[in-house]
Design a protein around this ligand. Structure first.
Ligand SMILES: NC(=O)c1ccc[n+]([C@@H]2O[C@H](COP(=O)([O-])OP(=O)(O)OC[C@H]3O[C@@H](n4cnc5c(N)ncnc54)[C@H](OP(=O)(O)O)[C@@H]3O)[C@@H](O)[C@H]2O)c1
Length: 331
């Protein structure tokens, strides 16, 4: 007998349509970049995944290189999937990606057809899945013709190895080109995955407009700026936080938690309090305030953070005064 998930798991989650596709995603999705590698506690990882699904989070996001070591998050997810989730495959949206360095030599990085197709085959083996729901090109590759990367995505869908495809961290003009190529090939681009938070607002300069116009969904990663936009760094860097973890692979570093950032966090924290939220909840609500955002893609290092963060869904409307007060702090 597998784990008994809550029968009410769909009652409290909001599901938003992904662009103009037929697919809906939970307004809060869970990413496995950190906390699911071989260096992490597997019981904790399993508790997080169980709690997420119990709360109606139907979307788990992975990539070939998540760990550490690279590949281990997919392997560990695969083990937990087999134990707890295999009877629920049709209730889940599982994504993976390729685009960052994964294996040595010229074929384990960037955007060639060779790399993307081989990498997804490896990911499916590691997770023990027949297909993923969404496969992403993880970052633009300036040296591979865009047509080649997009044709590889199309082939992956034709082969039944992914149901939908997406792109991540593509700039607005590259996005518009990729969307057109994919549409012409008959495999629409479902979704874009950009970094977006109160501290990282680049998508407001054109990308969101392209996505709205083209009917492509948007799932925002690192919405808490890797944990900075919470109350944990208000008085410095605590033990056990990601900034102290020295995980490498792009994880938040102590040097990023500057006195200037801490000053902003304290001011934002006050506004959150006035809204009846904590800072993490307000930061996530703020990302969800724009209906062009399909989902906010969170990470958590323990189940209690998930219970806390998901309460962002209780209030994601902001008054004009709140928006301008937040803007003036962030400026
Ligand atoms: N496409 C891409 O290139 C790309 C890049 C990066 C990430 N992603 C995706 O986005 C996902 C999320 O990224 P992220 O982990 O950076 O997201 P995030 O939500 O900005 O940061 C997550 C971290 O914040 C802290 N935290 C979360 N909730 C909290 C709460 N309620 N109170 C206090 N602290 C809290 C935890 O860190 P502590 O360890 O300090 O507790 C947690 O691990 C990834 O797993 C991945 O799926 C994609």
């Amino acid at each position: 007998m597998g784990y008994a998930f809550s029968e009410n798991r769909y009652d409290k989650m909001e599901y938003r349509r992904c662009g103009r596709s037929g697919l809906k995603l939970p307004a809060v999705s869970l990413g496995l970049w950190h906390n699911f590698g071989d260096i992490d506690r597997q019981e904790n990882a399993r508790d997080i995944l169980r709690l997420a699904f119990d709360k109606g989070i139907t979307h788990f996001d992975l990539a070939n290189n998540y760990g550490p070591p690279p590949g281990s998050a997919e392997e560990n997810f695969g083990k937990i999937f087999k134990q707890d989730f295999k009877d629920y495959r049709d209730e889940l949206i599982i994504s993976t990606k390729a685009g960052w360095g994964m294996w040595p030599g010229p074929y384990g990085d960037l955007g060639s057809r060779k790399y993307l197709i081989a990498s997804l085959d490896q990911s499916l083996k590691r997770m023990g899945l027949e297909y993923v729901d969404i496969f992403y090109h993880h970052r633009p590759d300036p040296d591979t013709p865009l047509e080649e990367s997009m044709r590889a995505l199309q082939q992956i869908v034709r082969q039944g190895k992914a149901l939908y495809v997406g792109i991540s961290s593509y700039h607005p003009d590259e996005t518009a080109k990729a969307v057109k190529i994919l549409r012409d090939l008959g495999t629409p681009c479902l979704i874009h995955q950009p970094k977006y938070s109160m501290f990282e607002r680049w998508i407001e300069d054109g990308l969101l407009d392209v996505l709205k116009k083209e009917g492509v969904g948007c799932i925002c990663f690192s919405p808490l700026a890797q944990g900075m936009l919470t109350d944990k760094y208000l008085n410095g860097i605590p033990e056990g936080s990601r900034a102290r973890s020295h995980r490498g692979n792009g994880a938040l570093e102590e040097s990023a938690v500057t006195p200037e950032k801490i000053g902003k966090l304290r001011k934002l924290n006050k506004i959150a309090g006035q809204r009846g939220q904590n800072l993490a909840q307000m930061a996530l609500s703020w990302v969800l305030r724009d209906p062009a955002v399909t989902s906010v893609l969170i990470g958590v290092s323990k189940p209690a953070q998930l219970t806390d963060s998901i309460r962002c869904l209780e209030n994601y409307t902001f008054s004009d005064e709140e928006i301008s007060a937040i803007d003036s702090i962030l400026r």
